[in-house]
Design a protein around this ligand. Structure first.
Ligand code: PEP
Ligand code: MN
Length: 282
């Protein structure tokens, strides 16, 4: 990791706390829990998500509007219409919105509406995208590539940092292996390693790792136990009706129960789940 000049820890206590706006942070004592569907489908769907998750609570809402789909014939996302839904939901819920940006020419529109810009697994080494995100004044959630080594992951973060954006959050979302029983293999060892070698916050996406909803809660609890700074989890008002990733989507009720179950684990590792906090809306 010789070249990770900016991502590497300079001393054992070196930690970066990333601010998503109005006191919502990740990397400090407060965990960042983000919930929401794989894909933004409608205003009604998203308002049900935000209202249903208020009891958890979550500190951010996710929903893809530009979707990297394996098949070009699958739904590709609502695009600009989806961004409008996220902007409206931001005012309705007071929560930060997290959504994926797939291409350099989408950055301006996404950065204008969302609070955190996700780089998906398939784009972890899209170096032009990473360089462009280095010039954006919004935090970036960088997901680990499907088969990226820890070093490649850290160096992808280094691209964003070295182009000027210091608000980078890493996300372990499972790596490809031989066994199709789980969609991917959740690499908690990498989470521990990343926390040791970098000062950046590290969150975990157990949904894309597991691919099966019944595996998600235990993996989420395991992630917090090993020191992850937060979670991003797919959930939907009618999970089986999700236009994408239905098999891994939790119900909103199960998501609320999951967040409640994290409290004792968070306390055991010196962390806490922040109370519901409204963004200051412009
Ligand atoms: C997603 O978050 O919906 C997604 C496509 O994730 P990943 O890039 O990790 O596959
Ligand atoms: Mn998904």
């Amino acid at each position: 990791m010789q070249n990770a000049k900016l991502a590497a820890k300079t001393h054992p206590q070196h930690r970066t706390v990333v601010d998503l706006g109005n006191g919502t942070t990740v990397g400090g004592k407060d965990l960042l829990i983000v919930g929401g569907p794989c894909t933004v489908e409608s205003w009604e769907q998203m308002v049900a998500v935000a209202d249903g998750l208020e009891a958890a609570p979550v500190q951010g809402i996710r929903g893809g509007v530009y979707k990297p789909r394996t098949s070009p014939y699958a739904f590709q996302g609502l695009g600009l219409e989806g961004l409008e839904i996220l902007a409206r939901l931001r005012s309705h819920s007071g929560l930060p919105m997290v959504t994926e940006v797939m291409a350099v020419d989408q950055i301006e529109a996404v950065a204008a509406k969302a609070d955190m810009l996700q780089v998906g697994s398939r784009n972890m080494q899209n170096f032009d995208l990473l360089k462009a995100l280095g010039q954006v004044d919004k935090p970036v959630l960088l997901k680990r590539g499907l088969a990226a080594t820890v070093e490649e992951f850290v160096m992808a973060a280094e691209y964003i940092l070295s182009h000027g954006n210091q608000r980078v959050v890493l996300c372990e979302r499972g790596i490809r292996s031989f066994d199709p029983y789980t969609r991917n293999v959740l690499d908690l060892g990498a989470v521990v390693a990343l926390k040791q070698i970098t000062h950046l916050p590290v969150i975990v996406d157990p949904s894309h790792a597991a691919g099966k909803r019944e595996l998600v809660p235990d993996l989420a609890r395991g992630a917090i136990a090993v020191g992850a700074d937060g979670l991003i989890i797919e959930c939907h008002p009618v999970p089986d009706a999700s236009v994408s990733d239905a098999r891994q989507a939790l119900s909103l009720e199960d998501m609320v129960d999951l967040v409640h179950s994290l409290n004792p684990i968070a306390a055991a590792v010196g962390r806490q789940i922040a109370p519901h906090r409204q963004l200051a809306l412009a």
